[in-house]
Design a protein around this ligand. Structure first.
Ligand code: PHE
Length: 500
């Protein structure tokens, strides 16, 4: 699958594209969100639901996004503009969402670098001290941003693709090594597996279905421009359907394996120390940075090596995700303003780093129980996370399906893809219906219930929730206005502008 496009700086090979896209997809969403959401929502029953969501709506949306980028060979604004001049604002949203995400993801990335570097000395009990030390948080965020910047600056083929080809296999090897080690720990392993995977269909409620859908979208990096941008760097020889299949399989496999490492380890620890697992914090930041170090370090010297492997793997997953979303804004700036990649990426990294400083400081207050620097009752990280993931991402994913299914037209899109060598086999009719009706309808449901949950958490009205929703939609409005005034009738560039 050699690419004739390499002069223009696209991916050199199909597998390079698949690994880079898998790198984007495989991130903190797989390593910490998936395992605890699974455990909370009925174990294998949730996995089953999740796989259905990936297969039916995630994959279809991913096909739409890759297709959008691929046919335009341009940044998201130009890609939507090529369908209809009045749609370009969707592209601007698809650039704004990931750029906001970079600002807080880099802070978490910095945490992972710090914890990897500190593994041999021990991380237990260090979370609040580290989080509260402003210079350390800023320093490690900076290290993480520089790691990502070096890759993005080197370009798509020589940076992103090359890095993904090394990082993805490395991540997989590290993950398998950690899983094997943990599964051999003996006591507690079986209980951990049971806790993680025993199917309990009675726990499948409407909200767990929504959780599975939301998780599938987040985990596959949909609704954040990344797949449109990576898709734009592929040429017609790359099979979109097969590539999507591979990306979805890799992403799901890593998510499942992560749980196989985490829960047996935690249950082994609680069996050895005689503590009740329900007293351990098993979700999000606490699971990763507080509970797991305790678990690893209870195993002694070898545990510290495993801990290092584990955090090295998390750093790899985080870097390969953040480069994909840093690339989104970089590509646009390069193409719109016709400036060099080096300058564009340096500007994007510089600006997002500056925003990440207050985000990191605010998270530090939260971790130390200090009620300072909150927006609508949330720390800055949770605020930006909610704005992007709960409100804007589904809107963005929905609009990409609508653009392909309705504006280009599902029939025409599928014909175009078939003419380029993609085959849908017996599923063609099914994919058409999914693309046009079912996927957009289900994503709209995710959005609506996400909004309801924000404005009426637990059934009572929340002014803060309403504030978050209004701010998010204001961001949408600003993007529409910016597009109409400054971009609609102007050249917004395409991939041929790089190296021009
Ligand atoms: N798919 C990513 C994950 O699972 C989501 C993401 C991508 C987040 C890029 C940030 C940056 O973590």
């Amino acid at each position: 699958m050699e690419n004739t496009n390499t002069k223009k700086g696209g991916f050199a090979s199909g597998i390079g594209f698949v690994l880079a896209a898998a790198g984007s997809a495989i991130g903190l969403g797989n390593l910490w969100a998936f395992p605890y959401k699974t455990a909370e929502n009925g174990g294998a029953a949730f996995v089953f639901l999740y796989v259905l969501c990936v297969l039916f709506i995630g994959a279809v949306t991913m096909i739409c996004e890759i297709f959008l980028g691929r046919r335009a060979q341009a940044n998201p604004v130009t890609a939507y503009k090529k369908i209809n001049k009045n749609l370009g604002w969707i592209g601007l949203i698809a650039i704004a969402v990931p750029t906001i995400i970079v600002c807080y993801y880099s802070v978490l990335g910095g945490y992972t670098v710090k914890f990897a570097a500190n593994s041999f000395w021990g991380n237990t009990g260090n979370l609040s001290a580290f989080a509260g030390s402003e210079w350390q948080v800023i320093l490690f965020t900076l290290i993480f941003v520089v790691l990502a910047l070096v890759v993005v600056m080197a370009g798509v083929k020589d940076g992103i693709e090359k890095a993904s080809k090394v990082l993805m296999p490395a991540l997989f090897v590290l993950l398998v090594a950690v899983v094997i080690f943990v599964l051999c720990l003996g006591e507690g392993v079986k209980e951990g597996l049971l806790y993680y995977l025993v199917p309990d269909f009675s726990e499948i409620t409407f909200s767990s279905v929504l959780a599975a859908m939301g998780q599938a979208f987040y985990s596959l990096s949909l609704g954040m421009g990344a797949m449109i941008v990576y898709g734009s760097y592929t040429d017609k020889k790359i099979n979109i359907v097969k590539s999507t299949g591979m990306i979805c399989v890799f992403d799901t496999m890593v998510a499942l394996l992560a749980g196989l490492a985490i829960f047996p380890a935690v249950f082994h620890f609680s069996a050895m120390e005689g503590i009740d697992t329900s007293s351990l914090n098993l979700n999000g930041i606490m699971l990763m940075f507080e509970t797991l170090p305790k678990v690893f370090e209870s195993i002694g010297a070898i545990g510290k090596i495993i801990e290092f492997f584990f955090f090295a793997m998390v750093v790899i997953a985080a870097v390969s995700s953040v480069i994909s979303i840093m690339e989104v804004a970089s590509q646009f700036v390069i193409q719109k303003f016709k400036i060099s990649r080096k300058i564009a990426t340096a500007i994007i990294a510089g600006v997002t780093f500056c925003v990440s400083i207050p985000v990191g400081i605010s998270l530090g207050y939260l971790m130390n129980g200090v009620d300072k620097m909150t927006i609508f009752g949330l720390d800055w990280l949770s605020f930006l996370d909610t704005v992007t993931n709960t409100v804007l991402m589904p809107v963005c994913a929905l609009l990409s399906c609508v653009a392909v299914g309705w504006f280009i037209g599902s029939k025409k899109s599928i014909e175009e893809m078939k003419a380029e060598g993609n085959s849908f086999g017996k599923l063609e009719g099914f994919v058409r219906v999914m693309m046009k009706f079912i996927a957009p309808a289900l994503i709209a449901l995710i959005e609506i219930f996400g909004l309801i949950d924000l404005i009426f958490p637990g059934g009572t009205f929340s002014l803060n929730g309403l504030g978050i929703v209004l701010v998010s939609y204001a961001v949408l409005g600003v993007m529409v206005a910016l597009y109409s005034f400054f971009l609609r009738n102007k050249d917004t560039g395409d991939n041929s502008d790089e190296n021009a």
